[in-house]
Write a protein that binds this ligand. Structure first.
Ligand code: HEC
Length: 414
């Protein structure tokens, strides 16, 4: 029998078929109360493989049927815990073990930073457990059920209240079970048959499943191919943008120019706008080959304020707010005994205090040993402002009597 013949099994068969197997009994009741009462009786009689069907949920039916609370919440809880553990382990492995990076001296593994990913995986794992758990615990998907062989059963979604006992139940015996069911006062009792076919996955779904599995294999295959081949190009490049427009690569030859270079040198004897770097005092802190003794611009209170702001952003982490070399980064590096760390010098050391402003400027511009160059981050104007503020800091720790206003001098201990 072909699957398309399945709906006709209860009519005159076109070819000899084996007698259909009895799959169970289906009784219809008048309403929800009758169904609940009947369900309780069926359970008391010792049947276990039975089910009640109604157009809407009925309060108390699960107690009458003796259905125990589902374990699903515990499965979801367990999956959530597993998601949390997986997220923390993954982040610990990536950030603290496999590829540790020090970022602003922060710890490599720290719970607060890991909470967002942990939260996401908890949600993901529990949602998948809830979805899959419902399917597995209810033995879904199920494409066939014995009650489908009843024509009356089509009304279960409008106004039918049914109770079905399956033939698999050990206490099931068709004639006696039927006689007993009749005593519960049903509208009708029907025998359901197993057509013996059509229980398997519909052909179309089967092929959709096969296609889905094949398509799901493509991305891993694609990744595997990209990992196996060596290339300087981005390995996986789904969005091409303008990456493959016609253009010259650096250092490539060009037939367009007489010298056959695609990279054009600056026109001889010219300088691009803004590229003139002729002012050594302003840009290098140098005058006549020596570190400058003077500022290349008029100093002002506003400039000290600007310098203070920049100093607190760029320098205070190492040198400390007051310049004594005890900034938070320095203290932490010492505590952790970071290898290769050089303690920042106190800006109040005599040697630094005696330096001309041009030399302070050079230290910021070029860096010194482990102190990096700040030329790229801080514009020359701000570097001079910082130098001015460093001078003010130094003065604050080494004031002379004539720095104190005359009316306050009597209060100062020399
Ligand atoms: C990453 C930490 C760090 C930062 C940030 C930093 N420095 Fe330093 N600085 C050092 C260290 C370390 C030394 C000492 C180097 C040595 O002794 O070899 C130093 C030395 C100096 C010196 C003394 C130079 C000398 O001749 O002895 C000056 C002045 C100075 N820094 C100014 C600054 C200023 C201004 C800034 C902000 C723009 C700054 N530093 C930012 C770490 C830092």
């Amino acid at each position: 029998m072909k699957p398309s013949d399945m709906t006709q099994y209860d009519e005159t068969p076109t070819s000899p078929t084996p007698a259909p197997r009895v799959a169970g009994l289906l009784a219809e009741f008048d309403g929800p109360e009758a169904l609940v009462a009947a369900a309780a009786r069926v359970r008391e009689a010792g049947y276990r493989r039975f089910d009640a069907y109604s157009p809407y949920p009925i309060h108390g039916i699960e107690r009458a049927m003796g259905i125990r609370p589902t374990v699903l919440p515990w499965l979801v809880f367990g999956a959530g815990l597993a998601g949390c553990a997986a997220a923390l382990a993954m982040q610990w492995w990536m950030n603290a073990k496999d590829y540790p990076l020090v970022i602003s001296g922060k710890p490599r593994f720290s719970l607060p930073a890991n909470i967002p990913v942990a939260f996401e995986l908890i949600v993901l794992f529990s949602a998948l457990a809830a979805f899959g758990g419902v399917l597995v615990l209810n033995r879904l998907p199920q494409f066939w059920h014995a009650v489908f062989s009843s024509h009356r059963f089509a009304r279960v979604t409008t106004d039918g209240f049914f109770l079905g006992i399956e033939a698999e139940d050990p206490r099931f015996d068709e004639p006696s079970t039927r006689a007993w069911l009749e005593t519960l006062g049903p509208r009708s009792v029907e025998t359901c048959y197993d057509p013996g076919t059509g229980r398997e996955l519909p052909k179309a779904l089967y092929w959709i499943g096969v296609a889905a599995v094949l398509v799901a294999c493509l991305p891993p295959l694609w990744i595997a191919k990209a990992r196996a081949t060596t290339s300087t190009k981005p390995r996986i490049h789904p969005i091409q943008d303008m990456d493959f427009q016609p253009r010259y690569h650096a250092q490539a030859a060009s037939p367009l120019f007489a010298d056959r270079r695609s990279m054009r040198p600056p026109v001889a004897g010219t300088i691009a706008r803004g590229d003139l770097q002729a002012d050594d005092h302003w840009l290098q802190g140098v005058v006549g080959g020596q570190p400058a003794e003077t500022f290349p611009l008029r100093v002002s209170r506003a400039m000290i304020e600007r310098g203070r702001e920049r100093y607190e952003i760029y320098c205070a982490t190492c040198h400390g707010l007051d310049g004594d070399g005890k900034g938070p980064t320095a203290i932490r590096a010492l505590e952790r005994a970071e290898p290769g760390w050089v303690a920042p010098r106190s800006l109040h050391a005599d040697a630094v205090r005696r330096q001309p402003v041009g030399q302070l400027f050079q230290t910021i511009t070029r860096g010194l040993n482990t102190m990096p160059s700040y030329a790229a981050q801080i514009a020359p104007e701000d570097r001079w402002a910082i130098v001015l503020y460093v001078r003010a800091l130094q003065r604050s720790q080494d004031a002379r009597m004539d720095d104190v206003p005359p009316e306050l001098r009597s209060q100062v201990q020399p």
